[in-house]
Design a protein around this ligand. Structure first.
Ligand SMILES: Nc1nc2c(ncn2[C@@H]2O[C@H](COP(=O)(O)OP(=O)(O)OP(=O)(O)O)[C@@H](O)[C@H]2O)c(=O)[nH]1
Ligand SMILES: [K+]
Ligand SMILES: [Mg+2]
Length: 420
């Protein structure tokens, strides 16, 4: 493939900026500026010269095809972290007829060259976007190939089952029905239950990856927006003593002891003739129902019965004004807020216990397909059973992107940045 190049570090001033090239000829392109670079994976401190012009002093290295991130010949120039230098070097490579890389193109090449499976690519994307510890840990497991290794074990079980089925077919005697060895059904039942537990761990893992949603709800003037502002330590929402101040849903993304959480400030719930406020109330109810947890806020500590769900949190507000026993907060003094956030953390982390590794819908759908193919197989004739096993195997191939990946590639890679 042609040689692509891009700045691999974020653009801007820094200690070091790295320009990366990939494709057959990457080494020669780097050598044109840096002089001969005899050994791969060895750093050379060189002057980068184009004719008489000195471009920079840089650390330069290259990797052979097959031993690089992309699987192709790769060269890296570690430049001084100055945008003018990077621009000059990029301009030089463009003038040599090399092509600027598209978003995610290095990773795309790594995938196409078999250096990564599609679940690893998704994990890498998650890693780049991770904001919290829990997200980082999950993304690292995916990016490190854990799902791929697990899937490989499942595939091997299918291969073994398939071979046993094949060997049970007696082609010589077409009239006698063939017996499928019992081991096949044990194997497949075992596999089904492993797929089951991975599938049931999806919901929690998906929440860890994408973040939980927590809706703050309650009557007007309960102090919902004041609470959000207190947690944010800035004015994200308008606060006033006028009932019905908040209309739109205001989102605040926080890192709750490692969990990604979006807090939703919502319109105060009441019947009203004001059309705009009513739209806000409807929206508040909808988002509240869909949220992972609702925090019911009021002056009196009462919950909203219609929206209450198991695991919700009840809070009495304005504890600075009146005495309250427990679960009380004051957005003025800060009383009770840390306790509330800790309770919220405990409620949410309880839900992450069942989290598996599969955390993208695409991955889940492949697993469900594989599982479906293996349902109700007891007593099937060997030919049909063999077909079910093949179908399950191809669902697992799909999970890793060995087949059917085309429709996903553009979506996945365009979310990556240029240089990745
Ligand atoms: N004393 C006291 N007053 C508070 C506290 N929290 C909010 N308030 C006051 O209560 C009034 C309403 O606060 P908001 O935060 O706007 O209440 P809200 O629930 O967002 O109201 P809507 O958006 O209209 O539904 C304001 O005058 C706040 O200053 C508190 O902890 N203590
Ligand atoms: K208000
Ligand atoms: Mg409000």
């Amino acid at each position: 493939m042609d040689v692509i190049f891009a700045e691999a570090t974020p653009s801007g001033r820094g200690g070091v900026s790295i320009v990366r090239l990939s494709g057959s000829g990457a080494r020669a392109a780097a050598e044109y500026l840096a002089g001969e670079l005899q050994y791969p994976r060895q750093a050379y401190l060189r002057e980068l010269r184009h004719g008489d012009e000195l471009l920079d002093h840089a650390l330069v290295l290259w990797f052979e095809a097959g031993h690089s991130f992309t699987g192709e010949e790769v060269a890296e120039l570690h430049l001084h972290g100055a945008p003018v230098i990077v621009r000059r070097v990029l301009r030089f490579f463009a003038a040599q007829g090399l092509r600027p890389a598209e978003a995610g193109e290095f990773t795309r090449r790594a995938f196409l060259n078999g250096k990564m499976d599609l679940a690893e690519v998704e994990g890498l994307g998650d890693l780049l976007e991770a904001e919290t510890e829990a997200q980082r840990r999950l993304a690292l497991r995916l990016a490190g190939g854990e799902l791929g290794r697990r899937t490989e074990r499942w595939r091997n079980m299918l291969i073994r089952a398939g071979a046993l089925v094949e060997s049970s077919v007696d082609f010589a005697d077409e009239d006698v029905p063939d017996d499928v060895p019992l081991e096949v059904f044990h194997l497949l039942a075992d596999l089904r239950s492993q797929l089951d537990s991975e599938i049931s761990g999806y919901a929690a893992a998906e929440r860890v990856r994408a973040g939980f949603e927590v809706a703050i709800i309650g009557p007007p003037n309960a102090g919902k927006s004041s609470l959000i502002n207190r947690i944010a330590k800035r004015e994200v929402a308008l606060v006033s003593d006028i009932a019905g101040t908040t209309r739109d849903i205001i989102e605040l993304r926080i890192d709750l002891q490692g969990l990604a959480v979006t807090l939703l400030d919502t319109a105060g719930l009441r019947d009203t003739d004001d059309q705009i406020e009513m739209m806000g109330v409807d929206r508040a109810k909808q988002r509240a129902m869909a949220a992972d947890i609702r925090v019911h806020l009021s002056d009196t500590g009462q919950k909203d019965q219609r929206l209450w769900q198991e695991g919700d949190i009840l809070l009495q507000t304005k504890s600075d004004l009146r005495h309250a026993e427990k679960n009380a907060i004051s957005s003025f003094t800060g009383e009770g807020i840390d306790e509330f956030l800790h309770q919220l953390f405990l409620n949410l982390s309880q839900r992450t216990i069942s989290a598996g590794l599969v955390s993208h819908e695409r991955q889940l759908l492949s697993l469900i397909d594989a599982h479906k193919a293996l349902e109700g197989i007891e007593g099937l004739p060997p030919e049909i059973l063999a077909e079910a096993i093949r179908s399950a195997a191809s669902s697992l191939d799909r999970l890793l992107g060995r087949i059917g990946a085309e429709e996903y590639l553009d979506v996945i890679f365009t979310s990556f940045c240029i240089g990745k």
